[in-house]
Design a protein around this ligand. Structure first.
Ligand code: NAD
Length: 411
């Protein structure tokens, strides 16, 4: 996995800082994480033996509100990755103008090696280790790769045992424990809204647009479903096992159901099989990488054959690949805008928890729609005014908002 596209030292961040004319001392303060925790996570295996893993929580910036960001369980997790993802959250929450800062956490682990009971003991122990630095007004974790609503439920229970019932200490919880309606599909829906707004501004006919989606997990499958509802033609999708392609358009509802049941698209019986590399090279209007970071990189960027790239995953286009795409006039709609629907509905969940009140799905979806469209319009206006790519325009909007709050608060 590569995450260089999302660090504060990346070209787009520096260019945005330059164009904003940010004072060097403020630029430096905004780059530096506020706090980095590295913790031992000892837990008992089913065999009775004790194992220790390493866990991280990086709190990048809380100028505009409590730190906010997911917790990832993956064997690639390290401090550098968590640090860059934490910074990304600061810019994402600022871009959507929600009252949060940015944080991220993770445990370096191969989840396939552990039972459900082991995962529960490990998760509880990790949350206890970072507990002094967590809370509804301090830092609010959420799910990320390989963590889910159940893990958030264990976190909430662990925290509540010492602090009293506190659902607002994490988001992405099960509905029964204070989760929000609409959270599950929020990132995919936000991605589809972004594609729709892009079509309006880049003169693409949405109803006849051809779409390729890499990754058919939470984000990719819901994005495909909502885009299918908009009338787009989804011609190929993939997951870690490979992809399927039908130039006439896949039957997305049945693919969605198949994937829901089998947790993979392998064996779905639709279209022609192809590899992930072949899928990325297909001719289409929209290419949506929705799997992991670094999917479009120096090695494969010359094969890319789409009109517009929509970054649904975090950091799927490396800075080097972005330079090549821009030189070919292929726009990239950046991750901090495209996939911000998830943290936006996480924010709605936190608001509902603090108010001890529950919103209906329609209210959540309508508020999400308003937030996504407003953020898109703000970024597009800066893009036009300054004649810069959407990625740089997004950083400009986000950094400017944090910098102004930073100056107003003072040191
Ligand atoms: P997920 O685990 O639900 O799904 C990931 C999908 O990608 C699966 O279909 C998996 O098979 C596929 N995949 C994994 N490795 C692959 C590979 N090498 N080639 C092709 N496909 C591969 O994860 P998700 O929640 O959908 O997240 C996807 C991306 O979106 C991640 O980068 C995540 O950080 C980002 N993101 C997710 C959310 C959210 O709310 N879920 C919010 C913001 C950003």
């Amino acid at each position: 996995m590569q995450h260089s596209s999302i660090t504060s030292s990346s070209g787009s961040y520096q260019k945005a800082v330059e164009l904003l004319g940010l004072k060097p001392e403020i630029a430096k303060a905004l780059e530096m994480p506020d706090r980095e925790l590295t913790v031992e996570v000892p837990f008992r295996l089913d065999s009775g033996k004790v194992e220790s893993l390493v866990g991280f929580r990086v709190q990048h910036n809380n100028t505009r509100g409590p730190f906010k960001g997911g917790i990832r369980y993956h064997h690639h997790v390290d401090l550098a990755e968590v640090r860059s993802l934490a910074a990304l959250m600061t810019w994402k929450t600022s871009l959507l103008d929600i009252p949060y800062g940015g944080g991220k956490g993770g445990i370096q682990i191969d989840t396939s090696k552990y039972s459900r009971n082991e995962m529960e003991r490990l998760s509880r122990r990790f949350f206890r280790a970072i507990d002094p630095f967590i809370g509804p007004n301090i830092d609010i974790p959420a799910p990320d790769v390989n963590t889910n609503a159940q893990v958030m439920g264990w976190f909430m229970d662990e925290y509540s045992q010492t602090h009293g019932y506190t659902p607002a200490c994490v988001t992405g919880k099960p509905l029964e424990l204070g989760g929000s309606e609409g959270r599950e599909h929020a990132t995919g829906k936000g991605t589809a809204i972004t594609v729709r707004e892009t079509s309006k501004n880049y003169d693409v006919d949405l109803e006849n647009a051809t779409v390729v989606v890499q990754g058919f997990g939470n984000v990719g499958s819901f994005a495909a479903k909502f885009l299918d509802d908009y009338g787009c033609k989804i011609i190929a999708v993939s997951d870690v096992t490979g992809g399927v392609h039908d130039p006439n358009g896949l039957d997305v509802p049945s693919l969605f159901d198949y994937n829901y049941e089998h947790r993979t698209i392998d064996g779905c019986g639709q279209g022609q099989k192809l590899t992930n590399e072949e899928l990325l090279a297909l001719e289409c209007d929209y290419l949506i990488p929705a799997a992991l970071g670094g999917a479009i990189n120096e090695k494969n960027v010359d094969t890319i054959n789409c009109k517009i790239v929509i970054e649904a995953a975090n950091g799927p286009v490396t800075p080097e690949a972005a330079d090549v795409l821009w030189s070919k006039k292929v726009p990239i709609i950046p991750d901090i805008l495209t996939n911000a629907g998830g943290v936006t509905v996480s924010y709605f969940e936190w608001v509902q928890n603090l108010q001890q009140f529950k919103w209906e799905l329609e209210e959540v979806d309508t508020k999400l729609e308003t937030k996504m469209v407003k953020a898109f319009d703000e970024v597009y206006a800066i893009k036009q005014e300054k004649n810069v790519p959407m990625r740089i325009a997004s950083f400009m909007v986000a950094i400017d908002r944090v910098a102004r709050s930073y100056e107003l608060r003072g040191v």
